[in-house]
Design a protein around this ligand. Sequence first.
Ligand code: CTP
Length: 397
Amino acid sequence: MLRGKRILLIIGGGIAAYKSLDLIRRLRERGAEVTPVLTRAATEFVTPLSISALAGEKGYTDLFDLTDEAEMGHIQLSRVADLVLVAPATADLMARMAQGLANDLATTLLLATDTPVMIAPSMNVRMWEHPATRRNLSVLRQDGVTVVGPNEGDMACGEYGPGRMAEPLQIVDAAIMALGDTPLAGTRLIVTSGPTHEPIDPVRYIANRSSGAQGTAIAAALLSLGAEVVFVTGPADVAPPQGVELIRVDTAVEMRAAVMAALPADAAVFAAAVADWRVVGASDSKIKKVSGSFPTLEFAENPDILAEVSQLEQGRPGLVIGFAAETDDVIAHATAKRARKGCDWIVANNVSPETGIMGGTENRVTLISAQGAEAWPRMGKDAVARQLAARIADALV
Ligand code: CTP
């Protein structure tokens, strides 16, 4: 899906430079051609020889290498790429970029380029949080640079916090999005979203706090990658995205029917917060208050749409993705849920009130698949959606 795309990969001098070896492999696996450029400091961490061997191309290091100038001038080198990717982007490299310095080959290329630039920052947590780095980051963003990561976690220096370079696959996903590819063109996906409302009587219902924001963002991200999206939504707060095939439902039973009718599909994402139970014999007329007595509600179990679709013997989508909204033991519960329901991936998140995730704009998810659990950093629901959509495209294509 990166076939025919050329990526100029600028490798900065940080410990995360070792991940750039894997990054080159991942980019090439997806068809990209990678032209590597190492800063002088980067050569202290990885050798131009190993970088060139993996890239299958010369690794450039020196601005004043006349042979290089004869082969391809630095201006031309900066223009042949579809994307300039800086990984790892060290604090120093970010500062020089923000200043517009051109004091080595990497920064000269960055100043001379007219192609989109993406950085994957990597540095000690205090350097990341320093006002100078915040300032530089904001300048770079204003200049149109896109940023992937950093992630939070244990750092090589022994500290913990944000500053770890994004994982190679995360960077690949971001590159796919940045290149505006439509790898999902010709595919059909179903997305469920929002809460369901289970009526008690014509004016009362049982609901939950889902706003529909995450499901809506996922549908929009899939659309932007060229997918045809059937969007089955309960009564959400957030407006559905333009361009989907929209099916509005109220109850879990209606949602199930809509999903079944929308099959076949290449993949299905179950982001809806479906009520587990419905009221048996919901009243057709408003239940009147009778002083001193309370109505007793009897419940029946709702169909589990995710489990049913995951376990279809015929017509099962190639990729079935569920969500697991948990308040404790998130990974353990979500891993068990994946096995129980039979879906391929579970996007797990902690929806305890103190996280502010349910109904909020940010999310912090862990993607659970057959390969294990992969924690993503806390980010906007749109960013989670874009990353998930890119990962779906990766799996389907
Ligand atoms: N789901 C579904 N149909 C249901 C219930 C849930 O399709 N009747 C889907 C949701 O869209 C989500 C996943 O199953 O993708 C998990 O939902 P969740 O409410 O976390 O799981 P439950 O199975 O309800 O488990 P529990 O409430 O015990 O955590």
